[in-house]
Design a protein around this ligand. Structure first.
Ligand code: GLC
Length: 652
């Protein structure tokens, strides 16, 4: 047998910091460093000048060692558990829920009283929207952080956060927090120091004395908030310069080409990890690296930097996962889970923005051809990762549909995107959607959409009109949309209020600082009356909740839905039916969804070819719903999850 190659010479482990630890614990740290050192070093070498890489790696390692030494016993144990079960987050039992703390439970302490509701739904992953201290006044929903080491004072304290993390851990629920790492509030200490003229901190930002550099960049930069924050630079008198502000004028982009910025964020990551945070949502990660002549999104350095942060957490706190929030075009999206040399080395989780957009596109067009093409065209992602799948979240929906995908199925990308905005704002004839247009861009004529799932599926309108048939149809659409994302593989995340079919908040503009940002329409307070009404399965909230609960429970028992198993979208037979196959060693699972308002058939011969003639619908326990014509028939907005059970349904 050839001799095993010697392990690469590792870096010097910072012994002084680890001196007080047991020999086993020191050895474990050492083993982790050996394992992750190449990822850390390669990532740094991709981004920073060669002469700073070693010093930088040492600084990061020292931070990792200090955090490791301070980490609570309970968290060390969790690190070990998850190292032994690295697919813990890929199981079909994982279910997410995302909410603003105050709108969900008042305060962090109040969340304890809502744990029953979460358990009832089957939630194992709770994303609390930004809870760290934001600037006062408008803070973009907390995404303008003034202090990463303090909790929003109206929500509680750092100790409350630690307590909540502990309580959640005790119940097997992971805590997910945002790590806003593209920008800070202009009130953050770094920004304040920069404004005072401190040179060290001025270098944390991208500041230009005149318009020449900003103008050069602007030639290729899109605008994120063209409506209320046009442009990407803001003049600041105290800085005496233009500072880069991709989002709002009060959100200053930090300069990741400065290694000190990386070291600062590494420390913040480790601080949050040691509070007991399980998943860090890397907010707006696509924007981290700026390159002249590009859109300054999705640059390769973004992935190298993620690789560095991941190596760091794998060394100090491997229980922690990274989740990329990159709301980008399909071709760019897959890179956030790792492609090419970043394969298996970047985020563990990423939002499946393409799937979300295609769900809404299918429902409006009542046609699956575009979705089928676009989803089939997505390259494979590493089997060790998982998508975050979702129907709605706290943000607007931007129609991330490429012109090429649209053209491939005979559509114009521009007109289809325009149709979707018309449909969901209720302007298109026949649409009962109640969405609001967000950030209309006169230059590109792009329009995004705000609204809850109930608003967009027509449930809100049907309830208001007392239209029972309309309510039935809309509830079916809400559930079918969720069935698609629940059976995709990955962690499905429910958006607070959607589990009750809650409508948008009619008073969204009344709150100070929210007037111009209609995303607040789909961020209503959890309606206690609706929650109480949901106890009665005959009410609308009761029907939505019971329907979702049922989907969640069935899903949890289907090993086919493990995230490592790819969701294969099958060729279209009927343009109204989406077909998704999950091939798993326990057998195949075929999911069929009728996205139209009529009965639709899927060819019986295809079901037979897949060996599923004797299958059972996991959702109903009944056999394949054959029509008299030998095809499989689905009711309007119907869903089927067909698989061969242990015993064929016919032999029962
Ligand atoms: C992310 C958040 C969004 C916020 C933006 C800037 O996209 O989801 O709500 O406005 O980042 O932080």
């Amino acid at each position: 047998m050839p001799a095993r190659p010697a392990a690469p010479a590792g870096p010097p482990v910072p012994d002084d910091v680890l001196a007080g630890l047991s020999a086993e614990r020191r050895e474990l740290f050492d083993l982790r460093v050996q394992r992750w050192w190449p990822d850390l070093r390669d990532g740094l070498a991709d981004v920073y000048p060669a002469e700073v890489v070693d010093g930088l790696a040492q600084r990061l390692l020292a931070s990792a060692a200090a955090a490791y030494a301070e980490r609570e016993e309970d968290l060390h144990r969790l690190d070990q558990e998850r190292t032994l079960r690295p697919d813990w987050f890929q199981e079909p039992t994982m279910l997410g829920y995302a909410a603003y703390t105050e709108r969900f439970a008042g305060t962090l302490a109040g969340v304890h009283d809502r744990l029953g509701h979460l358990a009832d739904l089957g939630v194992t992953y709770l994303h609390l929207m930004p809870v760290l201290q934001p600037r006062s006044g408008d803070s973009d929903g907390g995404y303008a952080v003034a202090d990463y080491r303090a909790v929003r004072s109206d929500l509680g304290t750092v100790e409350d956060l630690r307590d909540l993390a502990r309580a959640l851990r005790g119940r097997g629920v992971s805590l997910v927090l945002d790590l806003v790492l593209n920008h800070v509030a202009r009130e953050h200490a770094w920004a304040q120091a920069a404004r005072r003229g401190d040179e060290h901190h001025r270098r944390y930002f991208r500041i230009h004395p005149d318009r020449s550099v900003p103008d050069a960049y602007e030639r290729t930069l899109p605008e994120v908030f063209p409506d209320f924050a046009p442009g990407n630079f803001t003049w600041d008198d105290e800085l005496d310069g233009w500072v880069w502000t991709t989002f709002n004028a009060f959100q200053w982009d930090v300069d990741w080409s400065n290694p000190d910025v990386l070291v600062e964020y590494a420390d913040i990551v480790l601080f949050l990890a040691n509070l007991g945070v399980d998943v860090l949502r890397l907010d707006a990660i696509a924007f981290l690296w700026k390159r002249l002549g590009t859109t300054c999104q999705n640059e390769p350095e973004v992935h190298s930097l993620t690789q560095v942060l991941r190596a760091l957490t794998r060394i100090a706190c491997p229980a922690v996962l990274l989740k990329a929030e990159a709301i980008v075009a399909p071709a760019d999206l897959v890179h956030y889970l790792g492609r090419g040399r970043h394969h298996g080395r970047v985020s563990d989780l990423a939002y499946h923005n393409t799937l979300m957009v295609q769900v809404w596109s299918m429902l409006a067009a009542r046609d699956v051809r575009l979705a089928t093409h676009a989803l089939r065209a997505l390259p494979a992602v590493p089997t060790s990762t998982a998508w975050i799948t979702y129907v709605r979240c706290h943000d607007d929906i931007g129609w991330a549909i490429s012109d090429a995908d649209a053209e491939a199925v005979g559509l114009s990308g521009f007109w289809h995107r325009s149709f979707l905005s018309d449909w969901y704002s209720g302007e298109f004839p026949g649409s009962s959607a109640r969405g609001l247009v967000f950030q209309e861009n006169p230059a590109t004529r792009d329009r995004r959409i705000s609204g809850t799932a109930a608003d967009l599926t027509g449930l809100t309108a049907a309830r208001e009109a007392g239209d029972d048939a309309g309510v039935d149809a809309a509830v079916a659409r809400v559930l079918m949309a969720h069935a698609v994302v629940l059976a995709w593989g990955g962690i499905p995340v429910l958006w607070m209020g959607d589990e009750l079919g809650q409508s948008g908040d009619p008073g969204w503009a009344g709150e100070e600082g929210h007037e111009a940002d209609n995303r607040w329409v789909h961020r209503p307070w959890l309606d206690d009356a609706e929650l109480a009404a949901a106890a009665d399965p005959a009410t609308v909230p009761g029907r939505v909740l019971a329907g979702l609960r049922h989907l969640v429970r069935v899903r949890a028992g289907l090993p086919h839905l493990h995230a490592s198993v790819a969701a294969e979208v099958l060729e279209v037979s009927d343009p109204g039916v989406l077909a998704v196959l999950r091939r798993h060693p326990v057998g195949d699972l075929l999911c069929l969804y009728n996205v139209t308002g009529e009965w639709r058939a899927w060819p019986g011969h295809r079901v037979r070819e897949l060996g599923l003639a004797e299958a059972e619908d996991a959702l109903t326990g009944a056999g394949v719903p054959w029509g008299g014509d030998g095809d499989v028939w689905l009711p309007p907005a119907g869903a089927l999850w067909l698989r061969v059970p242990d015993r064929p349904a016919s032999s029962r």
